[in-house]
Design a protein around this ligand. Structure first.
Ligand code: GLU
Length: 494
């Protein structure tokens, strides 16, 4: 890197599907590094592998980054000095450089067809050698090459030197050394004229003046090939930082086959972007202090590649849940209600016939959500918790009304007293403290235990064993609906 050169990094996903949690981490670390160093952050789409291309994936990646608050300076939909930022729109640039490499004798045309390649590989395997391209076309004379080019499809391959140690200093892993004898004569340009990842990636990193390549550890084996390309073209080599793998709890590698690896899944489940960013940031990196909660700005301040770990980072869903819960508790009720609303609406639509439609409104949503702010882990949980606030009639087994230390008589008595006392409460006094005091007074003024009063009220109002407290239920359900449910419970007990 030249003195005074501005820091520039990039996130270079291949649009092969939804953004993986590991991809989000790579994007985030690049973003944090750029912001921390007052540099630039580029989004570049590496879509030259047309077999793996998934329609709609680019949009999805951009949306996910936007959701997460990871803003890029240059890239698709934004433009910038090196536009276009989608590799399939830059084919001529790569073709020009592939040609230049051939002219410099650092690369060569290869005309081997699949059958020949396969036979060569089988032979190598039989001989106990690693299957590689046998360099059949490496020594072809210029004249022969010109002749073949007219009749046969070809690829362009990198001329990997023999017996050379290729070294680089990784900012996370330290010295890395790879023997050139372990490398294949890599294809740079495919027979359809498209570049391979290796060529497009290096050419773009150079042209886009990328100073630091921050990417997943799985790309370490590609780095020496990239170094050979930089050297062959006489270009400066960027700095490299390879991020540790993400692991499951049992330390196996977190792969695309594992459940819930796509960020999209977490978005759908109602994880909050702040929690996701906080969680992902600490996958393989730690701050100097012991805190666990960081907003994006704080992460920018603290970010330091030197603190990225070498060892794999365990993806701990419980921690994400814990963090998400923390963020849920901190939200303004209005915002939390806004987040819950789509989940509530789609759930209520499913049970449309059974609900009281007059309750489907923002004000009531807010009152209901308020009771769950302390309990929610992810926003989508709301839909499984609240049906009884909306149902015209709730359905439950009458046994539920009787607390385990109580009996039918006491339960009936408790509910009768509740009904009698609550009927007298004026609407303006229908609020939790007062309602709680009334229930407590019933217990005190009789031989009844709290379980003979509070428990059946909860069951009568919610049809569930666990719910917000009975006074809270009473408040939100309102006087009329609450008394109706208590009456129904008494009927069940007859
Ligand atoms: N296109 C590669 C990927 O999908 C990028 C690797 C790199 O950052 O060099 O992850």
């Amino acid at each position: 890197m030249k003195d005074n050169q501005a820091i520039k990094v990039r996130f270079a996903p291949s649009p092969t599907g939804f953004l993986h949690v590991g991809g989000l981490r790579t994007a985030l670390y690049n973003y944090l590094f750029a912001r921390k160093n007052k540099g630039k952050f580029v989004l570049r789409i590496e879509d030259t592998d047309r077999n793996r291309f998934v329609k709609g994936a680019v949009k999805q990646i951009i949306q996910t980054m936007h959701w997460a608050g990871i803003d890029y300076d240059e890239g698709p939909e934004k433009g910038g000095p090196n536009a276009p930022y989608i590799q399939s729109e830059r084919l001529e640039i790569y073709q020009k450089h592939a040609k230049e490499l051939v002219e410099k004798r650092k690369a060569y045309y290869c005309f081997c067809d699949p059958v020949r390649l396969k036979t060569a590989r089988q032979k190598q395997t039989q001989e106990g050698k690693p299957p590689r391209y046998n360099r059949h076309c490496r020594g072809l004379k210029q004249k022969k090459v010109e002749e073949l080019k007219k009749k046969k499809p070809y690829v362009i391959r990198l001329k990997v030197p023999d017996n050379q140690k290729i070294k680089f200093k990784d900012l996370i892993r330290g010295e890395v050394e790879i023997d050139s004898d372990d490398l294949d004569d890599q294809i740079l340009q495919k027979s359809d004229g498209y570049p391979t990842y290796h060529l497009a990636n290096t050419v773009d990193d150079h042209l886009m003046e990328i100073t630091h390549v921050i990417r997943g550890e799985e790309w370490i084996p590609s780095t020496p090939k990239h170094i050979l390309i930089y050297k062959a073209l006489g270009w400066e080599i960027p700095e490299f930082a390879h991020l540790p793998l993400l692991l499951n709890k049992d330390k196996s590698k977190l792969s695309k086959r594992d459940l819930c690896v796509s960020v999209e899944d977490y978005m759908e489940e109602g994880y909050l972007p702040e929690a996701m960013i906080n969680f992902v940031a600490l996958l393989g990196w730690n701050t100097k202090d012991e805190n666990e909660i960081y907003c994006l700005d704080e992460l920018v301040k603290q970010f330091d590649l030197k603190r990225v770990h070498k060892g794999g980072a365990v993806f701990d869903l419980e921690k994400l849940n814990w963090l998400n819960g923390k963020y849920v508790r901190q939200m303004k009720l209005e915002d939390l209600t806004h987040e819950c609303k789509p989940y509530l609406e789609s759930y209520l639509k499913k049970i449309e016939k059974k609900i009281d439609k007059s309750l489907v409104n923002d004000q009531y949503f807010k009152e209901v959500v308020k009771l769950f702010q302390e309990r929610l882990i992810k926003i989508s949980d709301i839909k499984g918790l609240v049906d009884y606030f909306f149902l015209k009639e709730i359905d439950y087994d009458k046994k539920l009304l009787i607390f385990k230390k109580s009996n039918l008589e006491k339960t009936k008595l408790g509910l009768e007293k509740v009904l009698e006392r609550l009927e007298k409460v004026e609407l303006k006094n229908w609020e939790p403290d007062n309602l709680n005091a009334i229930l407590e007074a019933i217990v005190k003024g009789s031989d009844l235990e709290p379980g003979d009063v509070f428990w059946p009220v909860r069951a009568a109002l919610s049809g569930r064993e666990a719910s917000p407290s009975p006074p809270e239920l009473l408040e939100v359900l309102g006087k009329e609906r609450s008394l109706e449910r208590v009456k129904r419970a008494l009927e069940k007990l007859k």
